[in-house]
Design a protein around this ligand. Structure first.
Ligand code: PLP
Length: 415
């Protein structure tokens, strides 16, 4: 019998890097299974349940017969509601035909990259970094090369317009920006985003991709200029910006897998191309998810705001706790649900268990083993993120207290 050899896997998939975060989460699971009380700050999703009225709308949709194939880019009602939201809340000049409803924000990024990158042409996509680990992997699998332009903790993880200008080359086909940021938890102010967008506007071979998945989770009570701004609302860039968004983070709907892309580029040509690819790949998201999208966008604001306020309190608490630990440094969270402390003050030191900490992976491994706190090393988030780790404050205040106390005691015990 002929069996498929692993050598038959195409090199571009075989060579795809495995995420360095997996080792830590596998170990955390193993410890939990052994009954160890692990405090988990690793997860990138809200710990809330989806609001009940959205769940009810899914049940009604199934009962009402939304059980057959649906329009591939999303039902027209659904795309109209998304387009209206983007016009009213984000000042984006889009209509229903400019929207494709996707399987999570991740598939919206994947479709976008597939539509922009031509394999073999030397296309480069510039990550405004630190950046979410999946994006460079998606770029590579689409046949492009991911390049980085990075902020540091000293600039609150932000890049300057001059840095962006210097990083764009004739091969740069797109710039990817994600504000508020995973992993940094920081956000560009509207004027900072405008200044970066103006740089892109001067390079007319470059498309701007704006990942706004954390739009609803911003904390002006912690950082006053943390106000959302959609760069695609700038007239000079409107038809060169692809906006990525979805319901996963703001509405606590990660498991539903609902995202979308929107762009008026080419008078609807780009969205039509993305829609064509989407129809060949997946046909559509499940038909019964269309009414819940409308429900979430039209009726979900009070629940979303309630969750945002809770995250703001948790972010303030985690920041306060981390700021009190000597040997690590942390930027104040302005959005998303992450703190991203810099750990280099701990490198070269030894844990009570006898482990010499050389880097962020070593730090996270020893923290988990010896203090039972799970965090994610910054290693895969870009060049300036190597010495950091990511903590999610999608966790209870009690866990934030306990986990940060353990982290503080662990750092204090290093010799
Ligand atoms: N963009 C960023 C920055 C993210 O952190 C994530 C999820 O972690 C996504 C996009 C994708 O979200 P989804 O779960 O909707 O695919």
């Amino acid at each position: 019998m002929h069996t498929m050899q692993t050598t038959n896997v195409s090199p571009h998939v075989k060579n795809l890097p495995a995420s360095s975060t997996l080792a830590v989460s596998a170990k955390a699971k193993e410890l939990k299974a052994q009954g160890v009380d692990v405090v988990g700050f690793g997860t990138g999703e809200p710990d809330f349940d989806t609001p009940q009225h959205i769940i009810d709308s899914l049940v009604s949709a199934v009962n009402d017969g939304h059980t057959r194939y649906s329009a591939s880019p999303g039902s027209i009602e659904c795309r109209e509601v998304i387009a209206r939201k983007l016009r009213d809340e984000n000042s984006l000049p889009v209509e229903a035909k400019d929207v494709v409803v996707t399987v999570g924000g991740k598939q919206a990024i994947y479709l976008t990259m597939q539509c922009l990158i031509e394999p073999g042409r030397g296309d480069e996509v510039l990550m405004v970094a630190p950046a979410w680990v999946s994006v460079p992997a998606i770029v590579e699998v689409c046949g492009g090369t991911a390049k980085w332009v990075s902020g540091t903790i000293d600039t609150d993880w932000k890049i300057s317009p001059e840095q962006l200008d210097a990083a764009i080359t004739p091969k740069t086909i797109a710039v990817m920006i994600n504000s508020p940021s995973n992993p940094c938890g920081t956000a560009y102010s509207p004027s900072e985003l405008q200044a970066l967008a103006e740089v892109v506007a001067r390079h007319d071979h470059v498309t701007l991709i704006s990942d706004e998945i954390y739009e609803k989770l911003m904390y002006p009570e912690l950082v006053p200029d943390a106000v959302h701004f959609s760069v695609g609302s700038m007239p000079e860039l409107a038809d060169r910006t692809i906006t990525i968004n979805g319901l996963s983070k703001g509405w606590a709907m990660t498991g539903w897998r609902i995202g979308y892309l929107a762009t008026p580029a080419g008078g609807g040509e780009f969205a039509a191309a993305a829609g064509k690819l989407h129809s060949q790949m997946l046909s559509s998201i499940p038909a019964f998810c269309m009414p819940p999208i409308i429900e979430a966008l039209e009726q979900g604001a009070p629940a979303v705001e309630g969750m945002r306020q809770t995250f703001a309190r948790r972010g303030a608490l985690m920041y306060e706790k981390l700021s009190g630990i000597e040997g690590i440094r942390c930027a104040k969270p302005a959005g998303a649900f992450y703190c991203f402390p810099e750990l280099s003050g701990c490198f070269g030191r030894t844990t009570p268990g006898g482990v010499k900490i050389e880097d962020a992976i070593g730090f996270c491994g020893a923290l988990l083993e010896e203090a039972n706190v799970a965090v994610v090393p910054g290693t895969d988030f870009g060049p300036t993120a190597q010495d950091c780790c990511r903590l999610s404050f999608a966790a209870s205040e009690e866990d934030i207290e306990r986990g940060c106390d353990r982290l503080g005691a662990f750092v204090g015990s290093l010799r």
